[in-house]
Structure formats: structure tokens, C-alpha cells
Design a protein around this ligand. Structure first.
Ligand code: CA
Length: 245
């Protein structure tokens, strides 16, 4: 299991990493919100648990927690903070943290809470992966394995981030439908503030490189000028709806 630590005090961060690694977890350290969110979105394999300090430069732990919740409602988040007031705890729980521990903390208690959250996480992931037929989708010579966050095209295997996978799933569920950037932004990104239409285009370009034989002349993921995109699971042989890219 993979743990993301967001902590700006270096000594604490390194101590946490040492102890988590000794428990057999994979650990990433970040010292501020933007770095943490970027790592969270691109991590492969995905992050399973976030340890979150609340007093941080740039973004507060509360803001980070809200942003994480927009990305994933289920990711376990444990706040680890010097703030002991009841108001702070209430605000943290309102932002979506699962557990709250105050510094100085007892290491055995922290490890126990982490084990508990990760056990739940594992059961949650197990339940998701017992739907193998829905988790593997084929079209043309592409095979998407949603359980493994992997896409295979011909002989190449591409790892998928959570967001790439969600976007691709949304396209598959809306086969043939013209999808505006605004709709993608609200349905796939849940209108998260950090998302711009430019980055939607970047995600689409990445998917094209993975699924199209010729990404510059796509047959599955078509651009609809002025609007957005249209995914065709089975393009007709002589389908010529693709506009020049
Ligand atoms: Ca701090």
C-alpha cells in the first residue's frame, strides 16, 4: 500500500517515512499542497492513504483535504497536527478527514490507526475488483484493464492515472455522444478549480497517444470544433467525421 505524507517539518516527515517503510508501505513525502495534489493525481500505483499536516505553506491542510475529496471520495485521510482545539477538529472533519491525531503523537497509536484505515481501503478495493467483466473493456486493438490501471494497445502497455482512467471510462459510457469541455469538466473533474479546458485537451491528447494508431488523425477520440469531443468505440471503416487536428 502507498502512503502520501504531506508535512512541512522535515524531521517529522522523515521519521514517518522511516516507520511506515519499516511496516512495508511505500511512502512519498511532500511539503505543501500543490506538490501533494500533483503527486496524488499522477501516482502509479495510486495513493492508498494520506497523512495530512494542517498548518502548511501555500495551502492549508483543510484546503488540501477538500481538493483531495473532489478527486476521490474514498481515499482515507488522517490529519496529524499540533492543533488541539475542538473547532479545528470540527473544521477538519467537515472538510472530509477520516481520522484526527494531535502532535506530539504516540507512534504505536498512529501505526494502528493507519493499519485500520488501510484494511478498510483494501476491502474497498477488493470489492471493486470482483467485477472483472466490467473492469476489462476492449475496443479495436485496445484493452483497458480498469482494475490494474492499465491500457494495452497492440503490444504496448500504458499505466493509467486515476483521472485518465475516469475520463476514458466516461468516454466509453457515452459512446458516440458529443461531449462539451464544460460537461467533461463537471462530470469527470467535478468542477475542481485547478482544472482548465486546456488541461482537458492535454488529457485527451495523452489518451489519443495511448489508443489511436495515428494520434494526429484519430478515429476513436474525435475533436468537435468549438465544442469538445466525441468518442466512437467502433468507428465505421469509412467514417470521416474526424476534423483536422
Ligand atoms: Ca506544519
Amino acid at each position: 500500500m502507498r502512503i502520501l505524507v504531506v508535512e512541512d517539518e522535515d524531521a517529522i516527515a522523515r521519521g514517518l517515512r522511516f516507520n511506515f517503510e519499516r511496516e512495508g508501505y511505500q511512502v512519498d513525502l511532500t511539503a505543501n499542497g500543490p506538490a501533494a495534489l500533483e503527486l496524488y493525481e499522477s501516482a502509479q500505483p495510486p495513493v492508498d492513504l494520506v497523512i495530512l499536516d494542517l498548518m502548511l505553506p501555500q495551502m492549508s491542510g483543510y484546503e488540501i483535504c477538500r481538493s483531495l475529496r473532489r478527486l476521490d471520495l474514498d481515499i482515507p485521510i488522517l490529519a496529524l497536527t499540533a492543533r488541539t482545539l475542538s473547532e479545528d477538529k470540527i473544521q477538519a472533519f467537515d472538510c472530509g478527514v477520516d481520522q484526527y491525531m494531535t502532535k506530539p503523537f504516540s507512534l504505536p497509536e498512529l501505526l494502528s490507526r493507519v493499519r485500520n484505515l488501510l484494511d478498510k481501503r483494501r476491502r474497498h478495493l477488493d470489492r471493486r475488483s470482483i467485477r472483472p467483466t466490467e473492469d476489462v473493456v476492449r475496443f479495436s486493438d485496445v484493452l483497458v484493464d480498469f482494475g490494474r490501471f492499465e491500457l494495452k494497445h497492440r503490444d504496448e502497455v500504458h499505466p493509467l492515472t486515476t483521472r485518465e482512467q475516469e475520463l476514458l471510462r466516461y468516454f466509453l459510457e457515452n459512446d458516440g455522444v458529443v461531449l462539451s469541455r464544460a460537461r467533461l469538466q463537471s462530470e469527470v473533474w467535478k468542477d475542481s478549480a485547478e482544472m482548465s479546458s486546456r488541461s482537458i485537451d492535454n488529457f485527451v491528447m495523452r489518451l489519443r497517444r495511448m489508443i489511436e494508431n495515428d494520434p494526429s488523425s484519430p478515429r476513436h477520440l474525435l475533436s468537435i470544433r468549438g465544442t469538445g469531443y466525441r468518442f466512437l468505440r467502433e468507428p465505421a471503416a469509412d467514417h470521416n467525421t474526424a476534423e483536422p487536428q
